[in-house]
Design a protein around this ligand. Structure first.
Ligand SMILES: Cc1cc2nc3c(=O)[nH]c(=O)nc-3n(C[C@H](O)[C@H](O)[C@H](O)COP(=O)(O)O)c2cc1C
Length: 160
């Protein structure tokens, strides 16, 4: 069956978009639309069979625009196939980050939920972000820690 899918996401420094594009490329790209909530805050989701929502954690929280999108569209989202993913790097907080990012009712409804790791992009950070990342994570150089294995597993569950 042909499934029309939207990957709806928000990103600070581009990693969530990189992950969204990876997922799109591994599915049939022409059947998957990428929607960045920074450019389209109220996308019409009525034409999609399946919605993937992606966001990232900064200082313990994911993007407000994603939280608002989920709460505004909850009744419709619960009528569709839903996949959720999150980019974040603090392993100790993975479970809590996921719980903070997406409402329980949506997590329970989702066919798959994955943590995709993340990246530190020093060139995209402002002074305060660089200071925080150094202080909290001890990171002073750019690093890519995207979990491609989890992306593959997510795509496998989308293909089922
Ligand atoms: C200023 C800053 C704060 C962050 N805070 C957290 C955090 O609280 N927990 C966490 O797991 N990861 C944290 N991260 C890591 C991000 O989740 C990671 O960089 C992710 O790839 C960002 O994705 P994005 O570019 O799509 O926003 C932080 C990163 C930055 C730059």
């Amino acid at each position: 069956m042909k499934m029309k899918t939207a990957i709806i996401y928000a990103t600070h420094h581009g990693t969530t978009e990189t992950v969204a594009k990876q997922i799109q490329q591994q599915l049939l790209p022409q059947q998957v639309e990428l929607i960045n909530l920074a450019h389209n805050k109220q996308p019409d989701i009525s034409t999609y069979d399946r919605i993937v929502v992606g966001s990232s954690i900064h200082a313990g929280k994911n993007q407000t625009v994603v939280q608002k999108f989920c709460s505004k569209n909850m009744p419709e989202l619960l009528q569709k196939q839903i996949g959720l993913f999150l980019c974040c790097l603090n392993e100790k907080e993975f479970e809590q980050s996921m719980a903070n990012a997406y409402p329980e009712i949506l997590r329970n409804h989702a066919f798959d939920i994955q943590l995709m790791g993340g990246e530190y992009k020093m060139d995209r950070m402002n002074f305060i972000e660089r200071f925080l990342v150094k202080k909290i994570a001890g990171v002073t150089q750019s690093q890519s820690l995207i979990n491609y294995n989890n992306i593959n597993n997510f795509v496998k569950s989308l293909r089922k």
